[in-house]
Design a protein around this ligand. Sequence first.
Ligand code: HEM
Length: 157
Amino acid sequence: MAWIEGSALGHLMRESGVWTYGCVNLVHILGVASLFGAVLVLDLRLLGLWRKVALPAISQPTVPVAATGFIIAVISGVCLLATKATEYVDNPFLYIKFPAIGLGLVNVVALSSLSAWKQHKVRAPSSRERSKLALIGGISLSCWLTAIAAGRMIGYW
Ligand code: HEM
């Protein structure tokens, strides 16, 4: 934390004007909103909503929007952290947020390794596979909701 706070990025964030933190925070929220908005639609479909809509019709727009939102959230998040990283050391919500993000990413890897997901553009999943996809959708929602709730709480500790 001391290293990142003392880095060139930390100095830039603190010394480049009063608007910098607010604007980067706005970018963070836009990244988070894009990530969660896309993930919410995809996860609800995996959980069994809108069965009449083909899964590829939902995954095609939501996956790239979620991935782009995540990258934006990570880059802007590191900038926010660098501003006053040492102040967060005792903040319990940070230690909830980062494991939740980590688990969310592990869940993405688990989804990507499922043959039902790998082949979802060419065939429909079996009922057993649908249950696995629903489980992954539920875990995903819990992880990202936890990350958002903990992220929002960080500032109030
Ligand atoms: C490496 C990645 C990330 C880092 C280092 C990071 C870091 C931060 C920091 C330092 C803050 C400011 C806390 C404060 O108010 O003092 C913040 C806010 C927040 N973060 Fe992140 N974040 C990251 C990724 C994410 C992701 C992926 C999500 C959502 C799933 C997220 C959700 C939030 C939310 C909701 C806020 C509250 C913003 C506000 O209310 O103004 N963050 N983050």
